[in-house]
Write a protein that binds this ligand. Sequence first.
Ligand code: KIV
Ligand code: ZN
Length: 520
Amino acid sequence: MSDDSSVVRIFDTTLRDGEQSPGASLSVQEKIDIAHQLKRLGVDIIEAGFPVSSPAQFEAVERISEEVDGPTIAALARAVPLDIETAARAVKPAKKKRIHTFIATSPIHMERKLKKTPAEVLTLTGEAVRLAKSFCDDVEFSPEDAGRSEWPFLVEVLTAAIEAGATTLNIPDTVGYMMPEEYGRMIAHLIAHVPGSGKVIYSTHCHNDLGLAVANSIAGVMNGARQVECTINGLGERAGNAAMEEIVMALRTRQDVFRLRTNIVTTEITRTSRMVARCTGLPVQANKAIVGANAFAHESGIHQDGVLKARQTYEIMTPESVGLDSTRLVLGRHSGRHGFKARLEKLGYRLDKDALERAYERFLAIADRKKEVFDEDLAAIVGDEFRDVPEVYKLDYMHCISGSKILPSATVRVIVNGEVHQESEWGDGPVDAVFRAISKVSGFAITLDNYTIRAVTAGTDAIGEVTLRVRDNGHTVTGRGASTDIVEASARAYVDGLNKLAAWHARVAEQGADNVEDVV
Ligand code: KIV
Ligand code: ZN
């Protein structure tokens, strides 16, 4: 990592704070895939998880540390020996590793949550950082809820952290309470008053409760912070964290103001955003800056006219600069396996032999129905084949009848552990009928909590990608499916959810409910 003071380090916490978004749940394999993509995106540090919180979190951090070479891999730990020791074990295989330890410093957190005095918090800070330092050189310390902490106390705590060996000091506005001017002033004050500030990197970590996370992070950078903690699509606790794509593009677009740079390969932004949306099941709002579907769409006649004459009239950055070039035709129905595999690898997908074969068969079927197959189509097809749970249920066939004056009905054939099951049902629409028929086969009493569908590309022959959340016995999973037929895409997503629930039940039966948290 460069110590050039014109570089702003990007610390991506999509896999830790981002995964704390209500409704987001990522499997271990999905986290590994996202981590590989974050590496391609060029992030400096990946916060891979909070290892002590569950066996699945530990496994994800450890496997990312083993497999993802390039960025520093960080693990979160409270200022508690067990947390720090567990984090150290999880990041041990990483070539570049970091332990990120934190303790709350605001009066309300110390009194009501920790039930500790400021003096005790000060002692625990030094002990935690020293212990973390005994495992790895790169130690980050965060005074949680710094935004509502007293500045003189923050100075004391940060001084203790530096004395104990911290190399990065992260200043969280945990509850998204601060105003940009205030947050910037706080960073400047800490840098000026904490002895030894020159030896460490100051970092921002801003939540978006008042919609100011990006503005606050930028204010921090303008006042000397050289690391920004952020997430793809702005995911995170409650209203989320600062959106990485917005910070990076602001710094890049307004070079004239900041004269700073990041190591982000901006052309990977769109792909990363879509991958994270698909894996978390949390779609991006259409008008979201940089990665929303409308971010580069010009609707009014005056704007369209201006853009046709000179793009810069209404475009401050190009769609290509964020990797949005969906008009590119990549493959057709005559493309062979070799070309298909090569293109997938270019897009960052590494499928095993069986998954590749299944994806290729799907590609041929889709290329038959659809004239042009784009990168986005491939990502949707491959998303379906990225299964990291056994395929207990396999959709073999579905048929449905619907119309304006008939009762919609569906027949499905599902292979369950090699055995063929067929069921028919009616519903208040074809999707409902298909879901009811599949439920009958499965025997699960599933509740559908959420259902979204999006067209992957333009055109009436576009692939529809369905993301849904289903719940059984208090456990929620995300299912995904893609097809040019949206009822089939829905059925695939439902069956995907069933397979994840089946995997969860199998783990509970094997390990006991207490040991199985966010397995799938
Ligand atoms: O928001 C926060 O305070 C955090 C810390 C753990 C860094 O996420
Ligand atoms: Zn946070």
